[in-house]
Design a protein around this ligand. Sequence first.
Ligand SMILES: [Zn+2]
Length: 457
Amino acid sequence: MAKPSSILFDDAIIVTMDPRRRVIEGGSILVEGDSIVDVRGPSARRPKAERRISARGMAVIPGLVDTHLHLAQSLLRGCADDLSLVEWLRQRVWPIQGCFTEEDGRASAELSMLEMIRSGTTSFVGVDVVSRYGFDGIAKSVARAGMRGALAKTIMDSPGYGRKGSIMPDGLVEDKGACVREAKSMVKKWNGIKGGLVRTWLAPRSLGGCSPELYEEVADLAEEQKTRVTMHLAEVKEDVSYAKQNFGMTPFEFIEKVGLAGPGSLFAHMVWLTEGDVRRVAETKANVAHCPSSNLKLASGIPKVPELLGAGANVGLGCDGAPCNNSYDMIREMKIAAVIQKGRLLDPMTMPAMTVLEMATVRGAKSMGMGSEIGSIEVGKKADLVFIDLKKPHLTPFRDLVSNIVYSAMGSDVDTVMVNGRFLLRRGKALTLDEEKVVGEAQRRQDELISRSGVRA
Ligand SMILES: [Zn+2]
């Protein structure tokens, strides 16, 4: 079916996330091609459109932005539970991922994206794409699925991770020259294709995975290639002791010294920050990807998110991966982000629903360097829209819709998803991915991976 050039969504409750954070009841949104060209309230006359769709009973929110997730980890769902981070990596995640074929990489990316689309995520930063997962196959699957994805190529020159004895298996270790070469060719080949839907970033490995010289080289390369950088940082206490022992400073101080802290950088977790670090994150305009489920399940700690926001830092949200979350559902993640801080600070007023929704939309968009294109429902922005079916007992009644979305909704309440003016999910049916095939293939591939890796899970 050819895409109509204009669609009017009518009679919706629109959570715009515009600068005034307006919620418009009975409003309409006109989409032309890939963009939003009109947003208006109930009393205004409707603009003309080739197609008119009633959105009565639906909340329309901006497409959610997941700022940190591992596309190649959904095949590991349920394989690595109830372990601490270092054991989790060494005993389960690394051995299984070290057996991936490129087809496993592609199948895992499709499964991750299917779950994201079904639960309202339209844009994501997919981290740690190593060569053995097949960068080309993953990039093609993102283009086919129609999502807005930044794919971050792993860069490393050491098999270690933060603590003595934490050594990756051979299957995941990459040579410095090869990964830098591949990163350059991936940027050239994929950055900005499909009308800008697919982007390529650089992902230097966590402390212990790169030499200080390599981090400096990544900073230069990012500037030269005009691309962005993301990495895991200060996730567990061990990261702090590693940085102290090896560099005599905190993880963030080190990363600032090697030239990686800036508006083009996105750091995941940031659980273990000093007060000085919090200040410097804001001052350097570095972005943070907060992954609350992962931090809780791996018992890494609870990051100082209200303090970071209070200092003026930009913080988005991320689901991380299936072995540590174990889902890619940003709606569920929003609730956890809100409630853990209330519990940590013994303050029910901290992290209100609107703040959390900002993290999942406008702040996430800023983290991707796309604040002027996505993250809110405004004229001139890309048509990335999520329709939530409100006719459910757990969403009824409502007074403050943002509160219901953050505290009561679930990913499965998402009815329809549009990215760049194209429907990826319509009335609960995935249109760009073959759901039966993706789900069936995932189970078969997980069974094969477990037996190949020899892991007992
Ligand atoms: Zn991660």
